[in-house]
Design a protein around this ligand. Structure first.
Ligand SMILES: [Zn+2]
Length: 175
């Protein structure tokens, strides 16, 4: 069990493009997934939020996303398609900047295709909160942060202001 250090906004590594994982690395990926799980659960215990994490957030530059909702999901070398032109506005948050909320637009629905831990190619249709969550995590693999996608200059808020924002927008944050 290893809780890894989460890279924070300002770390140049967060802007790097991650490399695809290889099938021959599966044994290493299994250990990495345990670390991602432990790191996510540690964050959740501290901040009361956190449903998914991308490998580059702990400095491992591999195209890999781990999600834990009611159970574990691993997305290896994912791709997003069927991006619905209908966009939804959300106050997004990120483990790389836990005190900050950023208002962004996300596709209401999309499909994620990926290798699972048996190296089988799978597809999952996503909508609403899962759709925006995995768009956020996928962006990490390309070195894109929510702050780069802010809708405008007024799209930044401190987490302490969340209640105020929820009242004005009727929206929660992502993770
Ligand atoms: Zn993030």
């Amino acid at each position: 069990m290893t809780v890894r250090e989460i890279l924070l906004l300002g770390n140049p590594k967060l802007y790097e493009i991650s490399k695809p994982a290889e099938k021959s690395e599966l044994h290493k990926i299994k250990i990495l997934i345990e670390d991602l799980h432990d790191t996510l659960m540690d964050f959740k215990a501290k901040f009361g939020a956190g449903r998914a994490i991308a490998a580059p957030q702990i400095g491992v530059m591999k195209r890999l996303i781990y999600m834990y909702t009611d159970k574990s999901f691993v997305f290896v070398n994912p791709s997003l398609d069927k991006l619905n032109p209908h966009m939804i506005e959300v106050w997004d948050d990120c483990m790389c900047f836990p005190d900050l909320l950023v208002k962004v637009n996300r596709h209401k629905t999309c499909t994620i295709s990926y290798y699972d831990m048996d190296w089988e190619w799978k597809k999952m249709d996503l909508e609403d909160d899962l759709s925006e969550l995995l768009q956020h995590e996928y962006d990490h693999l390309d070195g894109i942060l929510a702050v780069s996608k802010a809708i405008d200059g007024k799209s930044f808020a401190l987490r302490s202001q969340r209640e105020l924002l929820n009242r004005s927008l009727g929206k929660g944050e992502k993770q």
